[in-house]
Design a protein around this ligand. Structure first.
Ligand SMILES: [Zn+2]
Length: 75
């Protein structure tokens, strides 16, 4: 039996694509469910213009440089 050149090209290509799909399916199922990470709020100091993050969900955060209370920047 002689294989045509089209089949010689298509069979390995199909096999590789199926292998990739199987790997994607496997790793997608394997990934553990984790809670969405809490997004830190971004603050910009009104006195010294330092930009800093605060993980706590608070309306006002104290600047680490000059201790002024600042509101978070809207995202
Ligand atoms: Zn400051």
């Amino acid at each position: 039996m002689r294989l045509s050149y089209d089949l010689l090209f298509l069979i390995p290509l199909t096999a590789q694509l199926l292998l990739l799909l199987a790997a994607a399916w496997y790793y997608r199922r394997r990934r553990p469910l984790r809670a969405a990470p809490r997004r830190a709020l971004i603050f910009r100091c009104t006195r010294c213009w330092k930009i800093y993050l605060d993980q706590r969900r608070i309306p006002l955060s104290r600047c680490p440089v000059c201790s002024v209370l600042n509101e978070p920047i809207k995202r």
